[in-house]
Design a protein around this ligand. Sequence first.
Ligand code: NZQ
Ligand code: ZN
Length: 389
Amino acid sequence: MQNFTFKVATKIIFGKETENNVGTEVRRYTDKVLFVSGGGSIKASGLYDKVIKSLKESSIEVIELFGVKPNPRLSLVREGIKLCRENNINFVLSVGGGSAADTAKAIAVGVPYDGDVWDFYTGKAIPQEALPIGVVLTIPATGTEASTSSVITNEDGWYKKGVNSEFIRPAFSILNPELTYTLPPYQTACGAADIMAHIMERYFTNEKNVDLTDRLCEATLKTIINNAPIVLDKPDDYAARAEIMWAATIAHNDLLSTGRIGDWASHRIEHELSAIYDIAHGAGLSIIFPAWMKYVYKHDINRFVQFAVRVWDVDLSFGNLEVVAFEGIKRMTDFFKRIGLPVTLRDAGIDVERFEEMADKATASDTLTQGSFVKLNKQDIINIYKLAE
Ligand code: NZQ
Ligand code: ZN
């Protein structure tokens, strides 16, 4: 097991009607917020009115920034930074999905910085401070509610990049599973795939003697596998929605990475898809993960066998190790299909023309590779896109 430091500073406020506490929570920091949200689902669901009421009751002035798109754009981040500076705002509140939260984080880190906020995403600058951030979450998926990351798309060239910093871990996140009842089935399924991907990125490691975190990963995966079909059948099943919402946070708040080094190649390979084709991140992952697994499983077949047996209940006597490992990958792919997700590029209507360009972008780092479990070069990534055709 690797040495590690583990500190998750985000206060989680979980459960029914917890959005009504948002005013009290924000008041601990400020009396004025930038309120960031997406395309209006929070107005349709009635959440907007509840949050505004709670903020008003705590005498908090609100400046609004709506219009965050899925795969959130840099131009709106810049608008938000300008609004904060012009109005002397020192707290950013996101009400909505991961895209709204990632936009809030980008604004929070951009306001105190003299240069261009995109510098943090290209690695040209490292965050030294950020405004505090609060989140009221409406979709369990990204784990951004307690993560150190923000992922933004720069429309100038369609680069989708992330920044990681403790400064942008939210001060608090309000998680009410009831707020997820209105999610369209496709978004629920995309969320499930993203949560599973965050766990699997950590699970496939070269680190030995990580039994505790292996088993925590397996339990969290099984929680999604068991509960996603329930909520797709019955969207207002509180118990199942609650399991999924808490699993999403656990999957990406770094608990499951303690003592181990994750892979993250599939995320990088996927980000090129959602940057160029504007598909949902979770749908990109349900296409890329099976292909990545087929490409790398020989690197550590025992780990893939463990995944097949413990997560997908494949019997060890099903066949030789290779057959068992493959059956695990197949059951995962079938699960993605069953919950309505694409598992090939064709399913998502993506053509084969831009593999080279996407692989170039994905490997545009110092090392010219991606991944840690297996280091992938540009040609490997093209091969994975081909396997995903
Ligand atoms: O914009 P509105 O109108 O709110 O509608 C959204 C949007 O159309 C809708 N929605 C959200 N909650 C709803 C709802 N509709 C009905 N009822 C509700 N309760 O769902 C659509 C998708 O929302 P979005 O915020 O884009 O989804 P998600 O939370 O999956 O965020 C995806 C983004 O996060 C990034 C992804 O790459 C993608 O850009 N990620 C962020 C990470 C992080 N910061 O830690 C890690 C992830 O790996 C990921 O890369
Ligand atoms: Zn993800």
